[in-house]
Design a protein around this ligand. Structure first.
Ligand code: VGL
Ligand code: ZN
Length: 205
């Protein structure tokens, strides 16, 4: 029988209010995510895990500020504040997250040259985290995504999940967005839907 997996995206201190790249309402999704964990056959998580010289940090580009957009390795790159630096408290999972139920963690963004919004592949698809292979080995065909940020890491993970043939649902009220520009969440929902992802509410599980 095919299995379902909950994919918990980047519930890390730096993405919560007060963190280096804090997302409004981030704390509000932790309890709903913990409750959802029991509803699926398998729970996995992603963890943004950057070296301090990462190309996505504005601090690594002379004269640049967070929020500016440049080109890196042929791709458009939003520059971020330093965040989720490997082995720092900001990169740790939020204290309230029920990590005991997480079967496997996929770290991403560890190559200083490439950003990696998706939990499956880096932005240029240079390398895979192994999540697709792992989920297939486990017999997972249906994936359900929750976490941060709706308009970045959740979106790109959902697009790759669809492309890799998973039956993909985003539990949209258990996600929160960065919203670099107004309308980013609506645009992300439209893109994910266009790619074949379904949108659902946490209360329906
Ligand atoms: C993310 C920006 C930079 C995310 C990660 O988790 O959505 N956003 N790195
Ligand atoms: Zn990042």
């Amino acid at each position: 029988m095919s299995k379902s997996a909950l994919i918990v995206i980047d519930i890390q201190n730096d993405f919560l209010p007060g963190g280096a790249l804090g997302v409004a309402g981030g704390f509000d999704v932790i309890e709903p995510i913990n409750k959802l964990m029991g509803r699926f056959d398998l729970v996995v998580a992603t963890q943004d895990w950057h070296p301090s010289d990462h190309a996505s940090f504005a601090s690594n580009h002379a004269g640049r500020e967070p929020g500016e957009v440049i080109e890196v390795e042929g791709l458009t790159q939003v520059l971020w504040p330093d965040h989720c630096v490997q082995d720092t408290p900001g990169a740790e999972f939020a204290e309230g997250l029920d990590t005991a139920r997480i079967e496997r963690v996929f770290r991403k963004g560890s190559d200083a040259r490439y950003d990696s919004y998706s939990g499956f592949y880096d932005n240029g698809h240079h390398s895979a985290t192994g999540m697709t292979e792992y989920l297939r080995e486990q017999g997972v065909e249906q994936v359900f995504l929750v976490g941060i940020a709706t308009d970045y890491c959740v979106k790109f993970s959902a697009l790759d999940a669809c492309a890799d043939g998973f039956d993909t649902t985003v539990i949209i009220d258990a996600c929160r967005g960065v919203i670099v520009s107004p309308g980013d969440i609506e645009k992300a929902v439209a893109e994910m839907t266009q790619a074949g992802a379904k949108m659902a509410a946490a209360g329906s599980f």
